[in-house]
Design a protein around this ligand. Structure first.
Ligand SMILES: NC(=O)c1ccc[n+]([C@@H]2O[C@H](COP(=O)([O-])OP(=O)(O)OC[C@H]3O[C@@H](n4cnc5c(N)ncnc54)[C@H](O)[C@@H]3O)[C@@H](O)[C@H]2O)c1
Ligand SMILES: [Zn+2]
Ligand SMILES: [Zn+2]
Length: 366
């Protein structure tokens, strides 16, 4: 029987989000219902409520989540009720032309639950096909990846979006290797995760670039060896100075801004790699002399979800975390209740937090 649960909904463009009672159907074939334990507040949730993604209101927000499988559809064999899972927004199909060529991380036909959750009979658009600012959510079975349940849900859930995107931007898209020099532009949750990923991959020099001095201090705690305040210094010159006049091997753009893209492009060494993980809005344009693209060589690579494979990466990264080799706790700036998401958006806009994380069920305070 369908269940009624509390959830955070954006009903119209720009309006504050509200907590509503929504209806979650029983899982059908290929689907599971997950009792959400924690869900981080990501910039993309705010983009949805501002109408910057599309106009398919009402949106059910939240997509960086972990929880317990509550029930599974008739044909689901790899999950059982009680499994502790992290949700992902790129459940690979295994059958599209990219999957068939052995590149499932680029899957061109990722899937979500077939049935819809509803508000007063109206279908909800779940953010990134998840919608986890909710006591329970319905997802495709492939969107739920089992990991070691000893990790705290508020930490685990963060791998579901921004932290994985940042780690993967360095480790997979950027292919950072031992001894590399890396510059990360924008030190929010995604950029700091890229710094952590660069460190894990053996980078020798890791330069953090931001406009906010507080963010730069935090970036050092994740492994930045140098910082550049782009509000005071030209980041391209500063990065060249810190790399014997050459530029960095890998530059990671984690803001989503054409000016920053240009800086990251020119702050590379010859044959260097530019990774773009920041999400642009549809109006943004880049204008570069074509001769510079050719003459400098190397690679310019957009990064979808850090080119990760949730089934491969989530269990591995949680294991590294439990071994004390990957400090994910530091991303959790605060834990909040379901009705505090709107305030968390404002704190995010003011740059006060890396991640506010909604905790639900037994983990919620009071
Ligand atoms: N590609 C993906 O799969 C993926 C996944 C998740 C998030 N993202 C995107 O990554 C970006 C970063 O996300 P976040 O959660 O870290 O955001 P955030 O707002 O927490 O962090 C952005 C940081 O950039 C800094 N910044 C702003 N303008 C700057 C400039 N001109 N120069 C240097 N620094 C500047 C800010 O001070 C802030 O610290 C967003 O665009 C988000 O949508 C992409
Ligand atoms: Zn596919
Ligand atoms: Zn996100």
């Amino acid at each position: 029987m369908a269940q009624q649960v509390r959830a955070v909904v954006a009903t119209q463009k720009g309006a504050p989000v509200t907590v509503e009672t929504i209806e979650v159907p029983d899982p059908g074939p290929g689907e599971v219902v997950v009792a959400v334990q924690a869900c981080g507040v990501c910039h993309t949730d705010l983009h949805y409520r501002e109408g910057a993604i599309n106009d398919d209101f009402p949106f059910l927000l939240g997509h960086e989540a972990a929880g317990l499988v509550e029930s599974v559809g008739p044909d689901v064999t790899d999950l059982v009720p009680g499994d502790f899972v992290i949700l992902n927004w790129r459940a690979v199909c295994g059958a599209c032309r990219s999957c068939r060529r052995g590149r499932p991380w680029y899957c061109f036909a990722t899937h979500n639950a077939t049935q819809k959750m509803t508000l007063d009979g109206k279908e909800l658009s779940a953010a990134l096909g998840i919608g986890a600012f909710a006591e329970k959510t319905l997802v495709a079975a492939g969107q739920a990846t089992k990991v070691d349940p000893r990790v705290k849900p508020e930490v685990a859930g963060l791998l579901g979006c921004g932290v994985m995107a940042g780690l993967g931007a360095a480790m997979y898209t950027g292919e950072v290797g031992p001894g590399d020099s890396v510059a990360v532009f924008g030190c929010g949750g995604v950029g700091d995760a890229a710094i952590l990923g660069a460190r894990l991959a053996g980078a020798a020099t890791i330069i953090a670039v931001d406009l906010d001095a507080k963010k730069l201090e935090l970036a050092k705690t994740f492994g930045a060896t140098h910082t550049v305040d782009a509000s005071r210094a030209d980041p391209v010159e500063a990065i060249q100075e810190l790399t014997d006049g050459n530029g960095a091997d890998v530059c990671i753009e984690a803001v989503g801004n054409p000016t920053v893209f240009g800086q990251a492009f020119y702050a590379r060494d010859l044959a260097g790699t530019l990774v773009q993980v920041g999400v642009p809005n549809p109006e943004m344009r880049i204008d570069l002399p074509m001769i510079d693209l050719f003459g400098r060589g190397g690679r310019v690579k957009p990064s979808w979800y850090g080119d990760c494979l949730p089934s491969r990466d989530f269990p591995m990264l949680i294991d590294l975390h439990l071994q004390g080799r990957l400090d994910l706790e530091r991303f959790v700036s605060e834990t909040i209740a379901l009705d505090q998401v709107e305030e968390a958006f404002h704190r995010m806009e003011r740059g006060e937090v890396l991640r506010s994380v909604v905790v639900l069920g037994d983990r919620a305070a009071g």
